[in-house]
Design a protein around this ligand. Structure first.
Ligand code: FAD
Length: 443
C-alpha cells in the first residue's frame, strides 16, 4: 500500500467517523428536545390520551421517524433515545397516518390507559348494542374520523334493515329507523337508509355536520377518499369546513334527506316491539330501530345564566373570517375557546372569560400564541371570572368576587365543554365498558 492509498483510507475513515459523530450528535439533540416536550406535556396534562392514541411497541420500533412525519397534528409523536414516543397525546384525533407509515408495523391504535380509562358502549361486530334494535355508528363507538364514521353509519343501516324486515309487522305505523345525530355517521346512515328504501328520520340537536363544525380551525384532513351511497366517491383530501358543509348541504337537497335540526333526543324507551323517542319539542316518535350517531362530544354545556337564550349566544364558531369590527366575548379556557379567540382577535375586539386562573391542558401551540397575544394586548383575558348575566347592552361577570360589566357585546361564544352522553346511553339500557389499552387497529 503506497502513501497515496493510506491517505485515501485515512480520509475515508475520518469522513465516516465525522458522519457517525454528526448523526449521534443530532440524535442526542433530538432526544433532549423530545424529552423536554414530554415533560411539558406531562406537566400540562397533555401526555395521557383522552381517547384514541398510537401505542408504539418499543421492541419493534426502529426509530425511523416515519410516524412523526406522517402525523397531520403537531407533536403527538417524537423520537427519543432511538425509539418513537408519545408527546401531546391529547391532540391525537385518530388519523391513523402513523399506523400506516411505520415501516416495521410497531404501531397499534388503542383506546384508554390504566391512568385514564375510557367508557365505551358495548358494540357487536354488526354495530348492534346489547339492546336489540339499537345500533351505534361513528365516534361514539370509539373510532374517530369522518371517513370511518361515514362507513360505520352505512354498515349500521345494513344491519338495522335486517331487523326492520323481521319487526315490520309488529308496529306498522312506527318509523323503520331513527338516526340520532347528523354528523358524518348520521349523514352516511341517512344516504344508505334512503338507498335501501327505509322509512327513516334523522334527529339532530344542532345543525347538519356534527363535531367538525364545533372546532375553530378551518382545515379538515381526510386522508382517504370515501364512497357515499348514491353519490359515489368523495375525494376531499385536504379540505375545509366550508367545503365540507357545502357537500353535506348539497347531498341533503339532492337526495331529499329527512333531517330535523334543532331536535334533541332526551331519552329512548324500549317497548320491546319498538322504541319511543322523547324529544325536546313535539310528540314522542315511535321507531322500530335506532342508530346512535351522536359522537362523543355530547351536548354543549350551557352556563345556565339569564339571557343565555339570546340570539347573540353561540356554542360553535362558523365563518370566523366573515366576522369583523365586532365586540366579542369568548367563554372558556380549552383549545376551542382559545383557538376561537385567536381567530377572531385580529379583526375584532375580543374578551376571553375563563373561570380558572391560568390555561391548562391546551395544545402547546395554542398556549404559545395566546400568551403572545396577551402580552401584545391583542385581546383581554379575564382569568378567575364567571359570566352572571347576558344582557342586551352589557354582560355582567364576577372576577375574584368583584362585579364587572362589559358593555356593547355583539356576540358571545361559549365553549364550556360537553355533557357526555353516558347517562343517556345507560338510561336506554346500553351497557358500557371501561376501555383500558383496548386495541382498535393492529397489523
Ligand atoms: C380538533 C379536532 C379535529 C379533527 N380533525 C379531523 C380531520 O381533520 N379529519 C377527520 O376526518 N376527522 C377529524 N376529527 C374527528 C371528527 O371530527 C370525528 O371523528 C367525526 O366528526 C365523528 O363523526 P360522528 O358522526 O360519529 O359524530 P359527530 O361529528 O360528533 O356528530 C354527532 C352529532 O350528534 C348530535 N347529537 C348528539 N347528541 C344528540 C342528541 N341527544 N339528540 C340529537 N342529536 C345529538 C351532535 O349535535 C352532533 O351533530 C377531528 C376532531 C377534533 C376534535
Amino acid at each position: 500500500m503506497d502513501i497515496y492509498e493510506i491517505g485515501i483510507y485515512a480520509l475515508t475513515f475520518v469522513f465516516i467517523g465525522f458522519v457517525i459523530y454528526r448523526y449521534l450528535d443530532q440524535a442526542k439533540k433530538l432526544s433532549v428536545a423530545t424529552q423536554e416536550k414530554v415533560e411539558i406535556a406531562k406537566a400540562t396534562g397533555r401526555f395521557e390520551p383522552l381517547s384514541l392514541y398510537p401505542y408504539i411497541d418499543p421492541k419493534i420500533c426502529i426509530g425511523s421517524g416515519a410516524c412523526v412525519s406522517a402525523c397531520p397534528e403537531k407533536d403527538v409523536l417524537g423520537i427519543m433515545n432511538g425509539t418513537g414516543t408519545l408527546i401531546n397525546t391529547t391532540s391525537c384525533i385518530g388519523h391513523g397516518a402513523c399506523f400506516q407509515a411505520c415501516p416495521v408495523d410497531a404501531i397499534s391504535l388503542r383506546i384508554g390507559t390504566e391512568k385514564r380509562g375510557v367508557e365505551l358502549p358495548h358494540v357487536k361486530p354488526n354495530y348492534e348494542t346489547n339492546v336489540e334494535g339499537i345500533f351505534i355508528a361513528g365516534e361514539l363507538g370509539g373510532m374517530g374520523l369522518i371517513k370511518n364514521s361515514i362507513e360505520q353509519g352505512i354498515q349500521a343501516v345494513i344491519a338495522a334493515k335486517k331487523r326492520v324486515d323481521i319487526q315490520k309487522s309488529s308496529h306498522e305505523k312506527a318509523l323503520d329507523l331513527v338516526i340520532i345525530g347528523a354528523g358524518p355517521a348520521g349523514i352516511g346512515a341517512s344516504l344508505k337508509a334512503k338507498e335501501l328504501g327505509l322509512n327513516y328520520l334523522v334527529l339532530e340537536q344542532e345543525s347538519l355536520g356534527g363535531t367538525v363544525f364545533t372546532y375553530p380551525r378551518g382545515k379538515v384532513v381526510m386522508t382517504h377518499p370515501v364512497e357515499l351511497p348514491f353519490h359515489g366517491p368523495v375525494k376531499l383530501v385536504n379540505t375545509n369546513k366550508q367545503e365540507l358543509l357545502e357537500l353535506w348541504e348539497s347531498l341533503r337537497i339532492k337526495y331529499d334527506l329527512k333531517i330535523n335540526e334543532n331536535t334533541k333526543v332526551n331519552s329512548i324507551e324500549n317497548k320491546e316491539s319498538h322504541f319511543v323517542l322523547n324529544i325536546n319539542e313535539g310528540s314522542p316518535l315511535d321507531a322500530l330501530t335506532v342508530i346512535l350517531a351522536i359522537g362523543r362530544r355530547g351536548t354543549p354545556r350551557k352556563l345556565n345564566v339569564p339571557g343565555e337564550l339570546s340570539t347573540k349566544v353561540a356554542y360553535r364558531l362558523l365563518d370566523a373570517e366573515d366576522i369583523k369590527g365586532e365586540r366579542i366575548l369568548v367563554v372558556g379556557g380549552g383549545d376551542s375557546a382559545v383557538e376561537s379567540a385567536l381567530l377572531l382577535m385580529g379583526e375584532n375586539e375580543v374578551f376571553l372569560s375563563y373561570r380558572k386562573n391560568a390555561f391548562a391542558r391546551i395544545k402547546a401551540q395554542n398556549d404559545e400564541q395566546i400568551q403572545r397575544a396577551i402580552s401584545e394586548k391583542q385581546l383581554s383575558v379575564l382569568f378567575s371570572s364567571e359570566v352572571l348575566e347576558i344582557g342586551e347592552d352589557e354582560i355582567k361577570l364576577t372576577q375574584n368576587g368583584t362585579g364587572l360589566s362589559i358593555p356593547n357585546i355583539d356576540r358571545v361564544y361559549i365553549f364550556a365543554g360537553g355533557e357526555l352522553p353516558t347517562e343517556f346511553l345507560k338510561n336506554a339500557g346500553i351497557e358500557m365498558e371501561l376501555a383500558v389499552n383496548k386495541i382498535v387497529k393492529e397489523h
